[in-house]
Structure formats: structure tokens, C-alpha cells
Design a protein around this ligand. Sequence first.
Ligand code: 4AD
Ligand code: MG
Length: 479
Amino acid sequence: MQRTKVKDLLTGAEAGKEVLLKGWVRTKRGNKFVSFIAVNDGSTINNLQVVADAEKFSEETLKDVTTGAAIAVTGELVASQGKGQAYEIQASSIEVLGKADPETYPLQKKAHSLEFLREIAHLRFRTNTFGAVFRVRNSLAFAVHRFFNEKGFVYMHTPIVTASDAEGAGETFRVTTLDLDNLPRTEDGNINFEEDFFGKSTNLTVSGQLEGELAAMAFSDIYTFGPTFRAENSNTTRHLAEFWMIEPEMAFYDLKMNADLAEEFIKYIIRYALDNNREDIEFLGQRLIEEDKAKPQNERQEMTLLDKLEFVVNNDFERITYTDAIDILMNSNHYKKKKFQYDLSWGADLHSEHERYLVEKHFKKPVIVTDYPKDIKAFYMRVNDDNKTVAAMDILAPGIGEIVGGSQREERLDILIERMKGVGIHEEDLWWYLDTRRFGGCPHAGFGLGFERMVQFVTGMGNIRDVIPFPRTPQNAEF
Ligand code: 4AD
Ligand code: MG
């Protein structure tokens, strides 16, 4: 007999038939006549109710059917009399495939805190919240590929181990085969990387962008979607040491076209999740409403999660320059009352508190900020005619802050080399990158979307560690 997943059983297509269900017990309750067993197999947030009559199943035979146990059930799929579900299974056989000792199984019927579940990340997939989060994550990932493939972009795999630090921020994890306890030295006492596997100093990639640019100079439109690594010691709810990034790169695009694509892309993947994961998002929205009850009125969400997402996909993002953003911020009452922790002036980088003020208090929608001062942005961004700003863009999202960083790229070889010199990057180290400007270079642009921040936005989860299956943060890489 073939197994049917809960999601398909709940459509009722097999009503009146004998079915086979396999999954994990969420709860068991009942009385001396009958037991009700809620089974989940991960295909949907919903459980399927199994009805076990006491005549057929004594308490003794059901003693191992406890929360967390894996079971196989056969029986007739029937319309349910009870509230809460349309169909249930009238069990004719129940087999326990794997027990879960109630004395030691950490997940019990009661609601557990996210902090506790983070400590048992190997089991937290089995909760409603994490089931919903990771089904949404899966849909968003699928939608990323669908969006770009529909547009004729080529998915490009860029290296994980590389000698380049694309962002030039010095936040790389080094990769080496050298014996750390006995490092080989050159005559002048430096570490001798010539003895390393690669014959030079390498690190985990911080971004696939530079390699993506090489491919865009042949395929026109490409995207990457892979893990990236940053050794920034930021213990925040928005930073991970290992996160996934989507980086499209397009030949013959300027900044405006880049921003248009990013906006269309974000709306597309949110729409896809809304259409395919409505129940999960509804459940996660309900979580937030419960959470809000413990908060003072002025800190509560103004919209439900579903309404917020519908609003974002149906309205234009705001577009302003960095200079406008500084004006708005410095003229705000918030600034005048000295409520920002970090000071502001033209030329300073925006902090998360400033970004969130713009999106949450001022515009109340996503904002694309363009044309940042060149001194606070990466060397590869195209210098504007004013020679003070670059054709950069950040997209800021309510509740998150920066979700996308991108730019038009500097295609003029001489200016690019000048910019590299300014930040101490040697021409010899990026000779391959500079070749794209030497041979058939053209105006081009791209951006990077932090995938986990996007998942946070769609699921409403407050901590980035709760939207990646196995978070890598400082002091945390056990499994
Ligand atoms: O702004 P970033 O550093 O830009 C780049 O890496 C460019 N190479 C992208 C490009 O133009 N192709 O990072 C892009 C996005 C950020 O906006 C943020 O959403 C996310 O990546 N991000 C992080 N997400 C989680 N943890 C971290 N430590 C992150 N650092 C950046
Ligand atoms: Mg950035």
C-alpha cells in the first residue's frame, strides 16, 4: 500500500478509501472508549487526526504511541465529526516505528520558548513554528530560481574558497592546510603561505559578486545563490557568520534598472510564498499577535503579518537618495530630541536605527536608498559625476533594516584602479577582475539579497538564528 502525505489526505480526495499514513505523534488524548492521535509528517502545518477505538486498541497496545514517536497507521479516511479538521482516519492498524521515551524526549505538548528550541536545534524542526518557517524558506528558495529562470538568467556557481575579499572589509574566515601549531616561516619571519595547499592565503567567500561579474560579461544576466561567510563578531538578531545570499549581475544595466529588478524580484518571491504557504504564514502571524499581547500598546504591530506582506507586494517601494535620507533624519523630531544612539552628518554610514526609522516611522514601507558617499562604500561601485557619491543602492525593509545591498559597477578601468589603490587593494591580486574592464567591459550592475533577512521578513521571526536550520554565530557550530 502506498503512503499518502497529510497535506494530500486533508484534501479528502481519498475519502472512503483505505489509506496509509506515516508520521510523528504530536499529541494523544482520549477516554476509555476512544483515543485521538494527532499526526504530523511535515507536509503541512496541520495534523491529521487518527481515531483509535478502545475495542480494537487497548491502552496497552497504545502505550508507546507518545509525543514524538514515529508511527504508521492504516484505516479508512472519513469525514470528521469533530471540530478543527475536515477528515480523520478510523484506524484499523497502528504500528510504532520508533519510540520516543516521554521521560527524556525534550519536546512536550506545552509551548517551548524560541531560546530553548535554539538549544535543541536538532529537534526543533518538529515544532509548528519551525515547520512553518522552513516550509516558507523552501518556497522562497524555489521562487528565487523560478523568478530568474523565467527571465532567462543563468544560475552560476561561484567558489566558496577564494583568495579575494570581495567586500574588502577584512571579515574573512581563513582557509589553510598549514599546521597551526607549527607554522612555516619565511626568512623575514612571516607565515610562508607557499607551503599551503593553494600556495597562497585563502579564505571562505564573503560574496560571489566578483566572479558573478565575470560570468555576466558572457551570459548577460546571471545569478548566484549560495552560502557566504563573514567573521564579523556582531551578536545581533540580523547577523550570521554563515548566511545565504542571492546575487544577480546584469550586463548593460544602470542603477535604475537594477533597482527596478530588485523590487520586482522581492515582490515576486513574497507573492509566491503568500500563494503557496498561506496557512504557514497565517500561523506565524498568529504567533506575533500572541507575542504582542505581552507588549505595551505602542510597540505592537500595526498590521498582521499577512496584511503587511500583501501591502508590500501591492505598493511601490519609496526611492530616495542618501542625501535626502540624511535630510529627513536630521530634520526629524526623533533626531532633535536626541533619541538616536549614533550621531548623523552627511558622510556617515546609516546605522540600523536610522534605517528602521526611515522605513517604520517615516515612510512605513520599503525604501530604496541610492547614491551613498563613496568613502563608506565598496571599491567596485561606480563613481557618480559629482565625484563624491557612488551609484549604490540599499533596500531597507520594515522590521529588518538593510535587506539588499547593490550598485552599478565601475566599468572604467582607470577609475577602478584608482579606487582600489585608495583602499589598499593590489592590482596583482585582482588582475582577473580588471581583465573584464580591459576586454569588452560594459556598464553593468547587480545586487545581493540576504536570504535569511528575507525569510525573517516573510515569517516575522525576530531573530535571524530562527530562520536558518543550523545557525553559525560566534561560539556556535556544534552541528
Ligand atoms: O551589503 P552586502 O555586504 O553586499 C554584498 O555582499 C555585495 N557583494 C552584493 C552585491 O552587490 N552583489 O551584503 C548583501 C546583503 C545585505 O544587504 C544583507 O541583507 C545580507 O547580505 N548580509 C547578511 N545577512 C546575514 N548575516 C550577515 N552577517 C550579513 N551580511 C550581509
Ligand atoms: Mg551592505
